[in-house]
Design a binder for this molecule. Sequence first.
Ligand code: NAD
Length: 469
Amino acid sequence: MSIVSRPSVGGSLLGGSIVLPANACTHALPPRVTRPWSGEPGTAGTVAVVGAGKMGLPLAAQFAGHGWDVIAVDVQQAVVDAINEGRSHIGDEPGVADLVAEAHAAGRLRATLDGAAAAAAADVVVLIVPVMLDADHQPDYGYMDAAVAAIAPGVHAGSLVIFETTLPVGDTRMRFAPQLEAVTGLRADEDFLVAFSPERLYSGAALRNLATYPKLVGGLGPRSTQRAAAFYDGVLDAEVVAMSSAEAAEFSKLADTTYRDVNIALANEFAAYADRVGVDIREVISAANSQPYSHIHQPGLGVGGHCIPVYPHFLLSRAPELSIVARSRDVNDGQIQIALDEIRARVGGLEGASVLVLGLTYREGVHELAYSRALPLIDALVAAGAHVSAHDPLLTDEEIRARGAEPYAWGSASNAQAIVTQTADARWRELDAAWFPRLAVLVDGRNSLSAVALPAGVAYRGIGTGPRT
Ligand SMILES: NC(=O)c1ccc[n+]([C@@H]2O[C@H](COP(=O)([O-])OP(=O)(O)OC[C@H]3O[C@@H](n4cnc5c(N)ncnc54)[C@H](O)[C@@H]3O)[C@@H](O)[C@H]2O)c1
């Protein structure tokens, strides 16, 4: 027994900090190639991966690494060219560049713009092009409708078509299978097979996640489920979970991501209360999560990226009665108001205030601006008449200007009166208050800077961190 006098204020037990071990590969490689692919264990065929982006390229590389012939399909010539030269065009994704080079050298990976030809040559077609939101928060199917229309003429008797892109519940069966039937004249789940299998990877850990996270698979019927599960069993080292329907598999991805959004909204409300009672929410969460049924995530300036803020809207588009889901979206999107209020109070208004925003991508280390909360924060500051500068180690000056801020050169003198961190980049810890002689407040939007030294007279504002000690 030991007595801990001060509860840890580190990351929560869950909330993104858990590291699961990757499963070792137990496949007998190379598999026997069959044409057409029979679905038998230990055999491989040809797979087309439609959408060779941040998630599609790691998938293509993984499938090729397990003995499949892979045809990557994309609408961007530069993507097709890079793959046909054996190069990865996606940023920092450990292991992918080497796998792409190896698969290309072995003649198992090529790319094309021609979706119909790829589908005609393939036993399996995996679709992983984005479905986003439109201005009314409804699913925007533009890319996926185009991808399905492109492959449809090549889908043939015996094809297995798998949707990995996150979709609203029911879309695999009610929206996309009929589109394929209309073009091919074939019957889904009879002449060709259709399944949904959510992509659950985390940017920056794609291959590791592929070897770790159970792969959920739900078909239009048992034959579709069984064939899709057989495919994944041959190409992944993780456990494959055959679900009862495509709808159950679709819902599981929305449930997982929405759970995280709701959890973060709860952490944000707890943080506001912690501020009111003068305690540090990190100490509270860490202590609460030492009980194994508590998995409270961390509060912050909001939730970005094209998963967690998007998929609750997929649910709400079909089930507007999910009031906790809707409320959580509002809470998380409202968090940037903390920064605006704090600057207003410390600088004496936003009009004419000089504000530096650190971190424009939705999260540190990922070159992705989709739904980043830095963007509405900058817009609100500019609309209120503030002068906004910004820095992000992943973005060029042009990219920063395009988002409405003046680029700030890291380490240069600045007249910023307020600094807001929107990511938890480790670089921010090198921040030196001497660079900012007019600084009045540091808003630490990810609670990563509580140890940074600030001169007397410069206020520190975390998210639920209470008074600074
Ligand atoms: N990025 C993530 O962190 C992540 C995590 C889990 C799941 N996902 C899922 O993966 C999907 C794709 O995400 P991503 O990050 O790979 O996107 P991405 O933007 O990096 O890549 C998408 C690719 O699809 C291509 N494309 C667009 N329309 C096409 C079409 N009609 N035919 C062929 N190619 C087309 C684009 O040119 C691009 O190369 C997401 O919508 C989501 O459902 C993404």
